[in-house]
Design a protein around this ligand. Structure first.
Ligand code: GLC
Length: 753
């Protein structure tokens, strides 16, 4: 058969392939996503020119990767972010004015993970996937699943946990929910992207054991259990090589051991080398430092564009390397909405807003309550609501994860909506954020000039705050009860320079000190009013030792999304019984945390993960270090009792059963947590590791049987020298309870093989 004829036949079948997909736009055609027609993809690739192949593996605009119009292959359209579909950028690098891009602003990742509700993770993903589809996006750039190694990381709000098992469990549902809508999830940032300081170049020196036991599991679960269609490389290096094109991370582990057949998408500008990107796993290069201009970008400047073409044409790299990437890209197109064959998405609909509310209701964590809560609106004539964060909007402030919400209910609005018709509410700002050079780690020079120009000086701001403090104290003194709303300010986009520390992308915090005089303000309020509830917003904790002892109640609210104010009010007044549990340890000072105790945060050019696997409670519990609130802790307005532990072994699994009873006088939800400890091991192992959890809701007096199966992975460790997973026979202690420090049920099993 002559070539011309061959190409036309293949082309015909190729265009048939894509045209049959694209012209079913309006049909409810659901294709079998598991059986990607590999042979068709191969025939399609065989008729592509090198330029056409290269156009598929790098950006064609700020948030699209290239297509091949000759063959009916569309671009892939991407969008941030992990908790809502970001502002519309079109093909440019800045948000478009007046675009129709308002979206559901879900509670941030760490709030979702604080629910410990795996099913809710799926529902969360459904909302995100549906809204992305409605906005014409094929890939949503989330979830962020990096382990929380230090409380100072500016992006902790986007992530899920200090524990790999918990992060993995919450990521899987999310990924499935997104992808069942036809939208590709893009799990990020692979891997060990655990700080923002010098994120584009920092080299994380991490043992293979810590990678496999701590930093990989959420990605592995997202791929193997969640079926993730794409993964995002990170900016940083690991053990000397950039993660986006890392031979061990991408080729050996992700695509080798884990069998990942999806697409590795770079972070924006994280590709640093053409040869490495070609050989070590980058499949699509987005955003790049090579762009000479954002206003007039030449996408042929990309590493995986003209620079890659040169290496193919001079024979340095074989074209089959490109073909393999193109096949992954076409596979993602086939699996996702990229080819237009999907049901319509929905955006800003009540059921999405209701889901946002439900996640907030279950993600708020009640950490202290001496009986003040729930507040009785009938017993309160005048309520003081104090604090800048009671009226602050957070949706657009996190950085790339920003969302332009249809609305955002602030705590003050939520309280007014709930009780404003029966209670007189008096608001006092109490403090206002200001620029303070000491708050910026090494950024002082960068921002000082800007802040001096357009922001009042620190002294002036502090004077203003002294006045706000006095006003607030008077309001508190005369009220029947006080709700203080403070914490971090989540500043980034749109934040005028000078509002102090961020708690957002591209910045790490300097410490956990409450900012802008909040600590003194809480102390003064407690002196004049003994009925004070503190609500803190933020992706992490703050120092508590100087105000918590005198504070009757403390609710941590993270950034709880567009219905966050509603949920906060419902919990404070008892309409909702809180059930959130900490996904991270709350210690009093950042210096207490292992990454700081070993002096390795944020490092300098390199950051040594000297603490190795001892992250979070693994460290605090193994070293018996006192913390303020432990991993897995959270209060309820009712009480629960664990009893009747039963451990049985069958088919290489250990079945953990117990009875959970609601012994209080109102319905509520509890999270049964299962921790495992190998009593005698050939290597050092933590005194406990979370290996199972279930959240159940019970009515007063109701009991239920909790049954959690532990497979071999629950008992294994990654051998530091042999570099394989090992399950050693011997005795294992299994503990069950409501928090890492409250495990009333304990038993032992002996594993023989
Ligand atoms: C950012 C973030 C990444 C985001 C991407 C696109 O730098 O690191 O999470 O998805 O760029 O905005």
């Amino acid at each position: 058969m002559n070539t011309k004829l061959f190409i036309s036949i293949v082309l015909l079948s190729a265009t048939t392939f894509f045209s049959c997909q694209t012209n079913t736009k309006n049909k409810q055609m659901t294709i079998d996503k598991t059986s990607v027609p590999a042979e068709k993809l191969d025939s399609l690739i065989s008729v592509m020119t090198l330029d056409e192949k290269l156009s598929l593996i790098h950006a064609s605009s700020s948030f699209t990767s290239g297509g091949v119009s000759r063959l009916g292959i569309p671009e892939i359209v991407m969008s941030d972010g992990p908790h809502g579909v970001r502002h519309e950028h079109g093909r440019g690098w800045y948000a478009l004015e007046d675009a129709d891009d308002k979206a559901t602003y879900l509670p941030v990742g760490i709030c979702l993970s604080s629910t410990w509700n795996k099913a809710l993770g799926y529902d969360y993903g459904v909302v995100l996937g549906s809204e992305a589809k409605e906005r014409g996006k094929n890939v949503i750039l989330g979830p962020g699943v990096n382990i929380i190694r230090s409380p100072l990381n500016g992006r902790n709000f986007e992530y899920l946990s200090e524990d790999p098992f918990h992060a993995a469990a919450m990521a899987v549902g999310y990924v499935k929910g997104v992808q069942d809508q036809g939208t590709a999830a893009c799990v990020k940032h692979f891997a060990a992207n655990n700080q923002e300081t010098d994120r584009h170049n920092i080299d994380a020196i991490v043992s293979k054991r810590a990678l496999h036991e701590i930093y990989f599991p959420a990605f592995k679960a997202a791929v193997q259990d969640g079926g993730a269609w794409s993964i995002m490389g990170a900016y940083n290096k690991v053990n000397g090589q950039y993660t986006t094109h890392h031979e061990y991370l991408n080729n050996v582990v992700l695509k080798g051991e884990w069998g990942f057949d999806g697409v590795v998408i770079s972070d924006w500008g994280s590709v640093k080398d053409t040869r490495e990107a070609l050989l070590f796993g980058t499949d699509i290069e987005m955003g790049t430092e090579l762009l000479k201009s954002f206003s007039n970008p030449d996408y042929n400047d990309f590493y995986l564009a003209k620079h890659a073409k040169k290496m193919i044409e001079d024979g340095t790299i074989d074209e089959s390397v490109i073909d393999e990437k193109v096949k992954r890209v076409l596979t993602l197109m086939y699996r996702s909405t990229a080819l237009g064959n999907h049901s319509p998405g929905k955006r800003n609909v009540p059921e999405h807003q209701q889901l946002a509310l439900k996640v907030a209701q279950e993600g708020l964590v009640l950490l202290k309550n001496d009986g003040l809560l729930p507040l009785d609106k009938k017993a309160i004539k005048t309520l003081a609501v104090i604090g800048h964060n009671a009226t602050r909007l957070f949706a657009e402030r996190g950085g790339s994860s920003q969302v332009k919400p249809l609305y955002e209910i602030t705590p003050l609005e939520g309280i007014q909506k709930l009780v404003g018709d029966q209670v007189e509410i008096i608001f006092a700002e109490g403090y206002e954020p200001y620029y303070d050079e000491s708050l910026f780690r090494g950024y002082a020079s960068e921002v000082a000039s800007q802040s001096r120009d357009n922001k009042k000086s620190t002294d002036l701001a502090k004077t203003a705050n002294a006045k706000l403090l006095q006003e607030a104290i008077e309001v508190a003194r005369s009220a029947d009860a006080v709700i203080f709303v403070g914490g971090w300010i989540h500043g980034h986009d749109g934040m005028p320079w000078g509002e102090g520390t961020y708690d957002a992308e591209a910045r790490d915090k300097l410490n956990l000190k409450l900012l802008f005089g909040q600590e003194e303000l809480i102390q003064e309020i407690n002196k004049v009013n003994k009925k004070t509830a503190v609500v803190l917003m933020g992706g992490s904790n703050v120092e508590m030792k100087n105000w918590l002892p005198e504070t009757p109640a403390y609710l941590h609210a993270w950034y709880p999304g567009m219905e966050g104010g509603t949920a906060i009010a419902q919990v404070l007044f008892g309409d909702i019984n809180p059930s959130g549990k900490l996904p991270v340890t709350f210690a009093n000072s950042h210096e207490d945390y292992p990454s700081h105790a070993v002096g390795e945060f944020p490092g300098n050019k390199t950051v040594q993960y000297t603490e190795d696997i001892y992250v979070g409670y693994r460290y605090f519990d193994s070293k018996n270090i006192e913390v303020v609130f432990p991993f897995g802790f959270g209060l309820s307005y009712t009480n629960f009792d664990f009893s009747g532990l039963k451990l049985t072994q069958k088919d290489k699994k250990v079945f953990v059963e117990c009875t959970l009873t609601n012994t209080g006088n109102r319905a509520g939800a509890e999270v049964a947590q299962v921790y495992v400890h190998q009593k005698v091991a050939s290597v050092d192992r933590p005194v406990k590791e979370l290996k199972g959890f279930e959240k159940v809701t019970l009515n007063p007096g109701e009991s239920t049987t909790i049954s959690i199966a532990l497979d071999e992975s629950a008992f294994s460790f990654y051998h530091p020298e042999k570099l394989v997973w090992i399950l050693e026979p011997g005795l294992f202690e299994i503990s069950v309870g409501s928090a890492s420090n409250n495990l009333p049920l304990k038993g032992t099993v002996e594993l023989t093989q």
